[in-house]
Design a protein around this ligand. Structure first.
Ligand code: HEC
Length: 110
């Protein structure tokens, strides 16, 4: 009987471990964005070569997450002006974290 408890306890531990996703604080994501060179074309609030992150945040909602991840990985053109964004060197995981961070910017405005 004891071994059943033991096995199910072990199983619980391992399945929890699997579900755990790498989490990053907003500050850590912002640092990642800096490391990847995005600020060369994007400012938080002012348009540069590309739209500001705040403007992007205001234009999209959570349901556009997939579209934005695709823009990052495959590039984007024609949505904001005449400048195009080349595909960015990011893992899909990084792209998701960054897109969530951008989408959340609009809730922090004051
Ligand atoms: C060489 C300049 C350049 C770099 C570097 C760049 N972008 Fe862009 N980005 C642009 C331009 C230009 C657009 C507007 C594209 C368009 O009109 O469709 C854009 C658009 C976007 C959008 C909106 C896409 C959409 O579908 O509306 C997001 C999100 C974005 N950039 C995030 C990033 C992130 C994050 C990085 C860094 C990993 C990055 N960009 C690096 C120029 C750049």
């Amino acid at each position: 009987m004891l071994w059943i408890l033991l096995v199910s306890a072990l199983f619980t531990v391992f399945s929890c471990e699997k579900k755990e996703e790498p989490r990053m604080s907003p500050q850590e994501v912002k640092e990642l964005v800096g490391e990847r060179g995005c600020p060369y074309c994007h400012d938080m609030r002012r348009p540069l070569l590309g739209p500001s992150f705040v403007d992007i945040s205001k234009r999209y909602t959570e349901k556009d997450r997939g579209e934005l991840v695709r823009s990052l990985l495959e590039g984007s053109r024609g949505k904001w002006g005449k400048n195009a964004m080349p595909p960015q060197k990011l893992s899909e995981e990084e792209a998701r974290l960054i897109v969530d961070w951008i989408l959340n910017l609009k809730y922090d405005l004051n």
